[in-house]
Design a protein around this ligand. Structure first.
Ligand code: HEC
Length: 432
């Protein structure tokens, strides 16, 4: 760690520290999860094994190292690129407003790249283990290898900020011209419920958003008032060519629609992991207690039932975008991300898809997450999956009229029901 003054050094320590209470003798490193010792099954792991077996190769590029080839191998679209210039992550010495960190993602994988960074950082979405972390060395090698990490990444990626499971992270802070967070100002952990005006501090935002306030594209000097953050209309950037050196990156976009999807997706991924871990732990505790108390098999205790319901309700809220922050003006991207994203479908018989955007008042046209198609959803323990399907049915069939679901109009509920009936394999019979 380089410290110009003692003061700076102390600041660095303050935001790097894990939050109190997190990481306490990680439960998930014990059975039934056994995070560090269980064999991972995710798309990065498949490529890792292929590389080790010589069944796949990665090409080295003089400008970007293994990045283009890795994106290709993992089917991550370059249009998903976003820039973060706050020094909040592992390779912070490489990150500044002139040399931001680029992040790329698809439904299964997130990738972090720093210009001249020693490694590429990767977090994979693992249906059993939550986020699983890997690095790929950026020095040219005859046998490039993906390396799994179980400890150093988790100091930041498994705290209360990720719901105390190995997870994904998006932050928003006020940042100075070297990329250092200004710690006397507000900072936020971001998901789709975060007001747009509090998002994207320390990130470049490209695209159009009119007068919508946000904290992106903002660099504050130490004494400067935070109120400057409100004039976001003046900070609208459609091509950030003048912000970064174009030759340092694959593209110059940091697409606003990609950011909206990232804020949603990381949240749902973490909720899926919480739902999975909580259910497996509840069932495991139940088995232990059941043996001790001779409880007849087949019926869950009230404690286990309520643990599953509580994590299940949180997941349903995230899937249905409950409390999503409203947009005050339309947002449009310019990188082509939205087009690539929507194309993936699936589409129902009438051509509708859960990936379709609204972007006028909310993110998606139909507020039910496309991550319902993910392996992580399908791999939920059946006790959790059954619970979630029942809750979704009761909301979408109009039986549950709780205020928090008021954003789902009668038409929305019907459309989502029909889309799922048409496109979701394994949907319970009572939906037909
Ligand atoms: C000092 C804290 C810290 C450490 C250590 C850390 N990260 Fe992160 N990481 C972050 C933060 C904060 C973000 C959110 C984006 C940002 O601010 O750069 C992030 C985002 C990411 C992302 C983008 C999507 C996601 O999953 O959140 C990837 C990929 C990633 N990190 C990989 C890794 C890997 C791999 C390691 C270990 C080799 C690691 N990180 C270690 C803080 C950290």
């Amino acid at each position: 760690m380089h410290c110009s003054t003692l003061g700076r050094c102390a600041l660095v320590a303050a935001w790097m520290l894990p939050i109190a209470g997190a990481l306490a003798a990680d439960d998930y490193d014990q059975p039934p999860i056994s995070y560090s010792t269980a064999e991972p099954h995710n798309t990065v792991e498949v490529v890792r094994q292929q590389l080790d077996a010589g069944a796949a190769a990665l090409a080295y590029d003089d400008d970007f190292g293994y990045l283009p080839s890795l994106l290709n191998a993992l089917h991550v679209p370059v249009e998903s690129q976003m820039f973060v210039y706050s020094q909040t992550s592992l390779q912070r010495g490489r990150i500044s407003p002139r040399t931001p960190r680029a992040i790329y993602f698809n439904d299964d994988v997130y990738i972090g790249y720093c210009h001249r960074g020693g490694i590429i950082e990767i977090s994979a979405v693992d249906p059993q283990l939550g986020a699983v972390f890997y690095t790929l060395g950026q020095r040219e090698s005859s046998s490039p290898a993906l390396v799994r990490h179980n400890d150093n990444c988790l100091t930041c990626h498994s705290t209360s900020r990720t719901g105390n499971v190995p997870g994904h992270l998006v932050r928003s802070l006020y940042v100075d011209d070297s990329g250092l967070p200004l710690l006397d100002r507000a900072s936020y952990v971001v998901n789709h419920t975060t007001p747009i005006k509090d998002r994207w501090g320390g990130w470049y935002v490209t695209g159009t958003h009119d007068a919508q306030s946000h904290m992106g594209n903002l660099i504050l000097s130490e004494g400067q008032a935070t109120a400057a953050a409100d004039d976001a209309g003046d900070r609208q950037v459609t091509e950030p060519g003048e912000l970064v050196l174009p030759e340092h990156y694959l593209t110059t976009y940091s697409d606003v629609v990609a950011l909206m999807v990232l804020d949603h997706q990381t949240f749902v991924h973490n909720r899926l992991t919480q739902a999975s871990f909580e259910t497996r732990q509840a069932l495991d505790d139940e088995a232990t207690i059941g043996q001790a108390s001779d409880r007849p098999d087949g019926r869950l205790s009230e404690v286990a039932t309520s643990r599953i319901a509580s994590a299940g309700d949180d997941l349903v809220d995230a899937l249905l975008l409950v409390n999503e922050a409203p947009l005050s003006t339309p947002l449009r991207g310019t990188s082509g991300f939205a087009e690539v994203f929507v194309q993936q479908g699936p589409h129902d018989a009438r051509g509708r898809s859960l990936r379709e955007f609204d972007l006028n008042t909310r993110t998606f046209r139909y507020p039910c997450s496309y991550l319902i198609y993910s392996k992580s959803f399908d791999a939920l323990p059946s006790e959790m999956r059954d619970y979630v399907w029942q809750r979704l049915w009761s909301v979408l069939a109009g039986e549950d009229t709780a205020e928090k679901f008021a954003h789902l109009s009668e038409n929305d509920r019907q459309a989502i029901r029909e889309i799922l009936q048409d496109t979701k394999p394994g949907i319970p019979a009572y939906w037909e």
